[in-house]
Design a protein around this ligand. Structure first.
Ligand code: PMV
Length: 338
């Protein structure tokens, strides 16, 4: 029967970074992220009776056909046995839009593939009220874009097998549980230093970890950081949170700068802003810290209850950097589908 399914899924920002993959989109190390709230992708999937032998997939992004992304979704859908029945009977038409601008330092493939996997799974007959819906959808989303698997849970999610952590898996993400009140209402203010698409994609970056001289130590470091972060999120220790989060951001970029084909995604303003964050913390003792995704934009993380103190910092110090824009977001709970 023809049907329409709508999903809204948020993006997420990794605190402990996934960088390096193996096999079928499996991570070389565990990662842990904060789920965003405002930065979302909406996907509407229209399933109509198939007109030819091979299922057609059309993908409209913000009203325009996006052929290359449509082909990626087509290949992705064809490869998952879970969607075989759906593709046998239906042509698929996707309409999607983001609540955040392009190249804003927000991982749009994370929110998009979370929503795409969830709509395809529901269209394939699985009910979102099944107790394992999120786990199956998280695994399927991972096969589209690794970090997408973490967008199913909030305010924090972890992905990747960790020795001694029950149910942890490379296949799908899990919600990080027992979150201390200190971390329940974190804000993420994203300072857009550059709004152009980055020159080196994340998939190229992951690939460069294959022969990276520091890869083995990096994977150990990230797994250790994940274990530590799980405890820190429980015990409420801001100092440890800041230390892991900032070390992770710099380690990610250090990997890029030291790979065989080395490259640099941070910009002079990225470094200037980071220095201002250090100075602000030193002067005020307040728990403001930064993280970076695979790009030059700076994510400022802080608890909501110091927002009024961070605001003047943003206004007085940061305006001088001629930022392209500032996006305000905060920890969220995951997606919805109907
Ligand atoms: O999910 P991908 O393949 O776009 O890779 C994401 C990599 C980082 O955003 C840099 C880190 C992460 O864990 O999200």
């Amino acid at each position: 029967m023809p049907q329409t399914i709508t999903a809204h899924f948020p993006s997420n920002i990794a605190l402990v970074k996934y960088w390096g993959k193996k096999g079928n989109q499996l991570p070389c190390n565990a990662s842990l992220s904060m789920t965003l709230s405002q930065a979302q992708t909406e996907v509407k999937l229209y399933c109509t009776e198939k007109k030819s032998q091979t299922a057609q997939i059309e993908y409209l992004f913000e009203g325009q056909t996006n052929q290359s992304f449509g082909q990626r979704v087509w290949r992705y859908a064809q490869q998952q046995p879970e969607f075989a029945g759906l593709l046998q009977n239906f042509d698929l038409h996707f309409e999607s839009k983001n609540t955040f601008p392009h190249s804003a330092g927000i991982a749009s493939s994370a929110s998009a593939f979370a929503a795409i996997a969830a709509t395809l799974l529901k269209a394939s007959g699985k009910s979102e009220s099944d107790s394992d819906f999120n786990q199956v959808a998280s695994r399927l989303a991972r096969l589209g874009s690794g970090s997408a698997c973490r967008s199913f849970y909030g305010p924090f999610a972890q992905w990747g097998h960790l020795e001694g952590v029950k149910d942890s898996s490379d296949e799908f993400a899990l919600p990080t549980t027992n979150i201390h009140d200190n971390f329940k209402q974190l804000r993420d203010t994203i300072l857009i230093v550059e709004d152009q698409p980055k020159k080196i994609s994340s998939s190229v970056g992951h690939g460069l970890m294959k022969n990276h001289p520091f890869a083995p130590s990096r994977f150990i470091q990230a797994n250790n950081h994940c274990m530590e972060m799980i405890s820190v999120l429980k015990n409420g220790d801001f100092e440890a949170f800041i230390s892991i989060t900032e070390r992770e951001a710099l380690s990610l970029h250090a990997m890029m700068m030291t790979s065989g084909d080395y490259y640099l995604l941070i910009k002079p303003d990225t470094v200037r802003i980071i220095e201002q964050v250090f100075q602000f913390r030193e002067a005020t003792g307040l728990p403001l810290c930064f993280t970076l995704d695979a790009g030059p934009n700076v994510h400022l993380l802080y608890p909501e209850n110091i927002q009024d103190k961070v605001q003047p910092f943003l206004e007085h110090y940061l305006q001088q950097y001629g930022l392209k824009s500032v996006i305000d977001d905060y920890a969220g709970v995951g997606g919805e589908i109907y």
